[in-house]
Design a protein around this ligand. Structure first.
Ligand code: NFS
Length: 662
């Protein structure tokens, strides 16, 4: 069968990406889009049916072969492959959290002088969660105790991880009854990996059970801790105005892309870029200054707190270099394509790795050390500036959209009720009344096997039309940002009448950017607070909400999906189903998990089917709660819309509309 090579328009829905894919063809530069067309996925691995866990194999369980050499069944092999992916995904978030906790400790002990506690209020709140005494104590002392208590969570000898107590009571009971409460972050990952060794756990349900516990150590452990410490060190996000897409690169400035996941170095680069000496240095090389832009979750971190513009999501990392306008791309950990090296070689761009964990052959390595963070950040920027005179022809597609990100759960609480009356009551009330039909979290990656951003655009616009509030993180959030869904004005244009009223009243966009992928923990916190607030049941599983990663590709996405399901949510993953080789595993994750934990994980290939099933689930949850059936005709006659309508009336009718009499 001839391989299908997609046109740029078939490969991406983002006009900036389309323009650059055309440019790539002209320059004969290879990208992941072309490689995805070239490489046919292994059909056996794709279904989870290849076991390569020992040297008796690899065993390919296809055709008449339904057991591996050791006798492992299809169900065991498929569940074991899934479990390994969850373990790796969880490990990524957990290890990210460890680095942040170590940075907090170094900052508290005065060994990392460039870091300060920017949110002491949150420090105190989190310290209380950890049972640390806060009254009358110095901030530095509290921070040190918190860092040590947090670091102890990774390898705790026994007990439960602290953050499970943030979940609704009912959820905690379910986890305790089922033995699902994580004991220590690292423990659950090691336990799961251990089980997948040859000759260990050989019961699909049992493997999936520990997959949930391990994933919970991510969601209610590593990720939640990473979010909290990042807020403590760099500030809890609140709305800012910024821009998204490759058009944020500047012709007249030194462009530096920060890409990866960790905020520790990128925050220092943001600070260094404002250094007058470095700006002067850039000017001495013929540039107007230094322009920073982000890719992937580093982008989301610095966007949320500093307003640094988004250059793009996962599938735009190579395309950014293709503009010819990037002097340096600075990467840390996760989601960094090795394909960046050959592209950077074609241009003047320096690809700089910085994490002690990540080296890429062909890239420059400047190792990050939190003890002299700002100095390293300045060194990196100086190198970028030195490249500016080497810049050749550029091709920056002129596409960028405004956005208002920064919706931490603390800010949502504040926006809904004010400083003294912060509460989720208005949100719950809007759902109860039916103004908001339900909530969808559309998160996760891009995948070159799916037309770039297409699923994100489609599902988000469908949900908005149906009065469903959308919250987003990760690369899905960047997709919506580029599409213009993240401005309050978008509510007027796309949202259904009820959702529009709510957005107008509060002054928020209909799609809330809640941060990076570790910040999915913010979504867990919001759902827990909604459950606790009252009127929407008493558990996350009761809320009319659905989680999804429509263009997922990473193991982290599988870990997130699993902890959301284990927390009671219905989770839908788009595109490929990595457990399709076993009907038993599919059943266990859907019907089985639904019975066990109230949530389920389903893989659905088509976007319209995803929307249909999500809305069906939301309506079912509404009915279970005894809420009124969704009826959009009841709404849309208030707020700005109504004011304008009244102002447009002839005088007599206007008076009647306002005063109710002639
Ligand atoms: Ni999440 Fe963020 Fe993007 Fe996917 Fe990668 S950047 S952590 S894994 S690709 S959303």
């Amino acid at each position: 069968m001839a391989k299908k090579v997609r046109t740029p328009e078939e490969a991406s829905r983002d006009p900036a990406a389309v323009a650059l894919l055309k440019r790539a063809a002209e320059l004969e530069v290879e990208t992941c889009f072309a490689r995805a067309d070239e490489i046919v996925p292994c059909p056996i691995g794709a279904e989870g049916l290849c076991c390569r866990n020992c040297a008796m194999g690899p065993c390919r369980l296809v055709g008449k072969t339904d057991r591996g050499v050791c006798g492992a069944t299809i169900d065991t092999v498929v569940a074991r492959n899934f479990a390994r992916a969850v373990a790796v995904g969880a490990a990524s978030h957990i290890d990210h959290a460890r680095d942040l906790a170590r940075t907090l400790l170094a900052a508290a002990e005065g060994k990392a002088p460039d870091y300060k506690i920017r949110d002491p209020y949150k420090l105190v709140e989190v310290a209380k969660d950890f049972g640390i005494k806060t009254d009358g104590r110095e901030i530095g002392e509290i921070a040190r105790d918190l860092a040590l208590a947090a670091l102890a969570e990774f390898g705790q000898i026994e007990g439960e991880v602290v953050y499970v107590r943030r979940a609704p009571q009912k959820r905690q009971q379910i986890w305790r009854q089922l033995g699902l409460v994580p004991r220590a972050y690292d423990w659950e990952v090691v336990d799961l990996l251990h089980r997948t060794h040859i000759g260990n756990d050989q019961d699909a349900e049992h493997l999936l059970h520990q997959s949930m516990r391990c994933a919970l150590a991510d969601g209610w452990g590593g990720s939640m801790l990473a979010t909290d410490i990042t807020d403590i060190l760099f500030g809890t996000p609140a709305p800012v105005l910024s821009e998204a897409n490759l058009g944020v690169l500047r012709e007249d400035m030194v462009n530096v892309i920060i890409h990866g996941h960790e905020p520790t170095l990128s925050e220092m680069i943001v600070a260094a870029a404002q250094d007058p000496e470095l700006i002067e240095y850039a000017k001495s090389k013929g540039a107007e200054g230094i322009n920073l832009a982000g890719i992937c979750c580093t982008a989301n971190e610095t966007l949320m707190r500093e307003g640094v513009p988004l250059a793009g999501n996962f599938l735009q990392q190579e395309l950014a270099i293709l503009t010819g306008a990037v002097e340096a791309m600075v990467v840390d950990v996760q989601c960094i394509m090795e394909g960046l090296v050959p592209i950077a070689d074609r241009f003047h761009t320096e690809l700089i790795t910085t994490s002690p964990k990540v080296r890429i052959a062909g890239a420059t390595h400047i190792e990050f050390d939190e003890h002299r963070a700002l100095e390293i950040a300045k060194e990196i920027l100086r190198r970028a500036i030195d490249r500016f005179p080497e810049r050749g022809e550029t091709f920056i597609p002129d596409y960028r959209s405004p956005l208002v990100p920064g919706f931490s759960h603390e800010y949502i609480d504040y926006a809904l009720g004010g400083y003294y009356r912060g509460s989720f009551r208005p949100l719950n009330d809007a759902i109860i009344a039916g103004r908001i039909r339900g909530v969808v979290a559309d998160i996760g990656c891009n995948n070159p096997r799916i037309c770039h951003d297409e699923y994100h655009y489609y599902v988000v616009s469908e949900f908005l039309k149906n009065d469903i509030l959308v919250v987003q993180t990760g690369c899905g959030a960047i997709a919506s940002a580029k599409k213009g869904f993240m401005t309050p004005e978008a509510a007027l244009e796309i949202a259904g009448p009820g959702l529009r009223e709510v957005c107008e009243a509060i002054g928020i966009p209909p799609v809330l950017h809640m941060g990076a992928c570790v910040d999915n923990s913010r979504i867990l916190t919001v759902l827990s607070q909604m459950a606790t607030e009252g009127g929407l049941g008493e558990d996350i599983a009761d809320i009319p909400a659905v989680g999804m990663a429509t263009e997922w590709m990473s193991e982290k996405a599988l870990a997130i999906a699993t902890y959301c399901a284990a927390s009671g949510a219905y989770v839908i993953m788009g595109g490929r189903n990595p457990v399709s080789g076993s009907e038993t595993v599919i059943r266990l994750m859907t019907e089985g998990w639904e019975k066990k934990v109230g949530g389920k994980l389903e893989f659905i290939a088509e976007a319209d089917e995803i929307v249909r099933k999500a809305i069906e689930h939301i309506d079912k949850k509404r009915a279970d709660l005894g809420l009124p059936e969704y009826d959009p005709s009841k709404w849309g006659k208030s707020g700005d819309w109504r004011i304008q309508e009244v102002l447009d009336l002839p005088f007599e009718e206007r008076i009647q509309a306002i005063y109710g009499k002639k």
